[in-house]
Design a protein around this ligand. Structure first.
Ligand code: DGL
Length: 287
């Protein structure tokens, strides 16, 4: 694990690596669903969140490009900011870069795909599970392959939902337009009579009301956020890397896009812990 930099220490961290922050990243606001669960479960831990809002959405981009963004952000969080573990709070990035990040970073890495699938498995009674995600995630086959490996008897029905992420990033989580889009995109899953719908994109919990209305009350919506936070907690305990510093934990919110928007919209979505955002432009750092 690399040493914490002066930038991290300026945020109130001690030089002890176990007191370093948990790094969390996503293409934008979606990973805030995971950050929320981590704050609630591990209130004594510091965290740094990076939302790549300058380059979102990841879903329609080629896998190789998303992979390169994920590596760049992972290197920045683990290397430059001294994060003691990195949470890939983006299904699209995790579906193409998780294994490489695990090998490369020298810090533990936690993804959202396995925890999400585990939560769906626990929830489904009928064994008919729907999974929705970005074009990149569904096209990668990550969920289909995982289901075949861990629950071959499960009937898994996948659907890409292009456009959902853009609605969330615009702060439009409950409009007539997003409802119309959801009706169209979710119709095939309704037809399959799934009893559980796994939200395989960390942005989608912000659309839960719309998605729930469309799917109906008999379908349980499952997100990966809580299960991922439990994985983070278990990993910290297993590795003995819980924060020991007596000072208050620090929370930093970084965005590669418009930081005013990130702070105001982010606060609405995450809650009061997101007070201000800092701009970080990774491409320009030459890393
Ligand atoms: N939150 C990301 C995910 O879980 C959204 C990706 C995007 O920007 O399209 O896949």
């Amino acid at each position: 694990m690399r040493e914490a930099t002066s930038e991290t220490r300026a945020a109130g961290e001690a030089a002890n690596p176990t007191d370093g922050p948990i790094g969390i990243f996503d293409s934008g606001f979606g990973g805030l669903t995971v950050a929320r669960s981590i704050i609630d479960l591990l209130p004594g831990e510091s965290l740094v969140y990076f939302g790549d809002t300058g380059r979102y959405p990841y879903g329609p981009r080629p896998a190789e490009e998303v992979r390169s963004f994920a590596i760049e952000i992972g290197d920045y969080l683990a290397g430059e900011l001294g994060c003691k573990l990195v949470v890939v709070a983006c299904n699209t990035a995790a579906s193409v870069a998780l294994a490489e990040l695990e090998e490369r970073l020298g810090t533990p890495v936690v993804g959202v795909i396995e925890p999400g699938m585990r939560a769906a498995l626990k929830t489904s009674g009928s064994g008919r599970v729907g999974v929705i995600g970005t074009v990149g995630t569904i096209g990668s086959g990550a969920y289909q392959e995982l289901a075949a490996a861990v629950a071959p008897d499960l009937d898994v029905f996948c659907a890409a939902c292009p456009g959902f992420v853009e609605f969330v990033e615009r702060g439009e989580t409950d409009s007539e337009q997003v409802h119309v889009l959801a009706e169209r995109l979710l119709a095939p899953l309704k037809a399959e009579a799934v009893d559980t719908l796994l939200l395989g994109c960390t942005h989608y919990p912000f659309l839960a009301r719309t998605i729930g209305d469309v799917m109906g009350r008999d379908v349980t919506l499952v997100s990966s956020a809580d299960e991922t936070a439990f994985d983070v907690k278990a990993l910290i305990e297993r590795q003995g890397i819980a924060r020991t510093a007596q000072s208050l934990p620090s929370r930093r919110w970084l965005s590669s896009g418009d930081v005013e928007w990130f702070a105001s919209m982010g606060k609405r979505l995450l809650g009061p812990e997101l007070e201000r955002a800092e701009r970080v432009e990774l491409g320009a750092r030459g890393s």
